[in-house]
Design a protein around this ligand. Structure first.
Ligand SMILES: [Zn+2]
Length: 126
């Protein structure tokens, strides 16, 4: 089954093909059908990984400091597609000590481990 995905991390439109024959839907292929200015020379996997990075980074912030929800932290991608996070001002610096390690673990659940580690190290806290 084909679906069009519009990530909230950029303006791309990605066509994704899912196999629904098993118990869980499996993404079998994806391609950019309309590229945003930042992804003219990228593949759909780059767009997907950026979205996963943002989602997981917010999830980890909420896990490390449950008093604030994912919507209370700010995020943006810089021109070089580095993800910058600005945690809510209530989040103590000490709570963020294990941020990168936690992010690596969270991302390894959905991406190959080496890729997860590389992407986690590219996320910056403002
Ligand atoms: Zn894009």
């Amino acid at each position: 089954m084909t679906q069009h995905w519009r990530p909230d991390t950029c303006g791309c439109v990605v066509e994704q093909l899912y196999d629904y024959s098993g118990t869980e839907p499996v993404l079998t292929s994806q391609r950019i059908v309309s590229a945003c200015a930042d992804h003219i020379n990228s593949g759909a996997a780059d767009v997907y990984e950026e979205n996963v990075s943002k989602n997981m980074a917010l999830w980890v912030l909420a896990k490390l400091h449950p008093e604030r929800t994912v919507h209370e932290h700010e995020w943006k991608f810089a021109g070089d597609r580095t993800l910058w996070l600005r945690p809510h001002r209530d989040v103590p610096k000490a709570a963020l000590r294990d941020f990168v390690a936690e992010l690596e673990r969270a991302m390894a659940a959905v991406l190959p481990e080496e890729r997860a580690a590389a992407l986690a190290r590219r996320v910056r806290l403002a």
